[in-house]
Design a protein around this ligand. Structure first.
Ligand SMILES: Cc1cc2nc3c(=O)[nH]c(=O)nc-3n(C[C@H](O)[C@H](O)[C@H](O)COP(=O)(O)OP(=O)(O)OC[C@H]3O[C@@H](n4cnc5c(N)ncnc54)[C@H](O)[C@@H]3O)c2cc1C
Length: 382
């Protein structure tokens, strides 16, 4: 674990890098729907991908409290970069960290944490998103090999991923008990990657369908025990949600900053629009929303730092922070009036992306249901 002073230096470096290098290019690459590879290579050089991956596995060994501040700092400028940087610690890397063999960690996790390799996580299917246990992709064992067939939808990183962590069931009627997790190289025979184009939000990340047409993998592709795939998926999403929550705080802060500076500069009826109480009220909601969302994210990070499971807290942080981000984007857009529509202002991007933040890694409606069930003792908390 790094000391407080080094953590502050890293967060400060992330902020400066985001403002100097990412900010001038984000509008263009959002429009073009791809990440600039030179920035990814530079961030790899700076060690930005290492996150909470243990130092022994090639990561930076950050504590979760430092990690969430680091991701927020980048996300104030571009939460999609925050998404990519959080993947080795979250959706893609967490399951290898928790369930991988030494060889899997050496082959996949180390390069992922170094930023020299990218991965994808394929949970969602065309017919099942929230209902993970309802997946239709199947596998059969054939000697020492597994043969996987089915399809996944809305899978991110298809243009840069060297491997895919994905999930399949040996028997659909077993629901979550039949699911196993596999690590599949993206050049495997029978694996088809089909990106979508012109997405409404989250434009820089390449997202699309994955077709698994009798993909044959060795026993070394199995991640965790056979039949334990649901737990593998839940470990990935629990820490993935912390990343989404931190990114949401960054987006909400960016909305507040944009709204404040626009409100002060813009004049109507002979005075700055900042003088209107209805504008002030929106800014107040943003201030309170950002501050409380940040505290909740930190609270979840502290629980993970204590070694606790944080299923309920990460759900709460993801739902609340992304709701705050979307409400802040809506209010900040209103304050911008017609200029919110202009590509010269970032507020349109915040509005589109904050809507999607409410959907990825569990729709907020699902989180609302899960948190209620956990609170009422109808669902296990850890
Ligand atoms: C840009 C983008 C990138 C993505 N990247 C990935 C990725 O890399 N890997 C991956 O696996 N997935 C990815 N996803 C998929 C994402 O995680 C799913 O969209 C999400 O889990 C919701 O699933 P769904 O869209 O199938 O919605 P559904 O499950 O069909 O739900 C639709 C709506 O029904 C309601 N609903 C459903 N269930 C409940 C419930 N139990 N209680 C209350 N309301 C409910 C909610 O209103 C919900 O919004 C991505 C999605 C997007 C948009």
């Amino acid at each position: 674990m790094i000391d407080r002073e080094s953590a502050e230096q890293l967060i400060d470096l992330a902020g400066r890098y985001a403002r100097d290098k990412i900010a001038p290019r984000v509008a263009a690459y959002d429009q073009e729907e791809r990440f600039p590879r030179d920035l990814l290579a530079e961030m790899a050089e700076l060690g930005f991908f290492g996150g909470t991956v243990p130092v022994d596995d090639g990561g930076a060994g950050l504590d979760f409290v430092t990690f969430v501040s680091f991701i927020e700092e980048i996300s104030k400028v571009c939460h999609m970069m925050g998404c990519l940087l959080s993947m080795p610690s979250g959706l893609v890397g967490a399951s290898i960290s928790d369930f991988g063999t030494d060889e899997q960690k050496r082959r996949w996790l180390g390069p992922l944490a170094a930023g020299t390799m990218f991965g994808a996580a394929g949970v969602t299917e065309p017919g099942s998103g929230s209902d993970v246990a309802g997946m239709q992709t199947t596998y059969v064992r054939d000697g020492d090999e597994y043969v996987i067939s089915g399809s996944k939808a809305w899978i991110s990183n298809l243009d840069i991923a060297s491997f895919l962590i994905t999930f399949a069931t040996s028997d659909r009627s077993l629901r979550h008990k039949g699911i196993s997790a596999f690590i599949i190289p993206t050049d495997a025979v029978g694996l088809g990657l089909h990106p979508y184009e012109d997405k409404f939000g989250f434009r820089p990340i390449c997202t699309g369908d994955v077709i698994l047409d009798d993909v044959r993998v060795g026993a070394d592709a199995l991640l965790g025990e056979e039949g334990a795939g649901f737990s593998v998926a839940m470990a990935a999403v629990e820490r993935g949600r912390l990343g989404v929550a931190s990114r949401s705080v960054g987006v909400a802060q960016a909305c507040l900053d944009a709204a404040r500076s626009y409100a002060v500069d813009r004049h109507a009826f002979g005075r700055s629009i900042a003088a209107f109480q209805i504008v002030q009220s929106k800014v107040t909601d943003m201030e309170v929303g950002v501050a409380t969302a940040r505290l909740l994210v930190r609270h979840a990070a502290e629980a993970l730092d204590r070694g606790e499971r944080a299923r309920k807290l990460t759900s709460m942080a993801k739902m609340y922070a992304s709701d705050v981000a979307h409400r802040s984007a809506t209010d900040a857009f209103q304050i911008h009036g017609a200029y919110g529509v202009s590509p010269e202002f970032a507020i349109g991007r915040y509005l589109r992306d904050s809507k999607v933040l409410q959907i990825v890694e569990g729709s907020n409606d699902l989180h609302r249901a899960l948190i209620g069930e956990m609170s009422l003792g109808l669902r296990e908390v850890s």
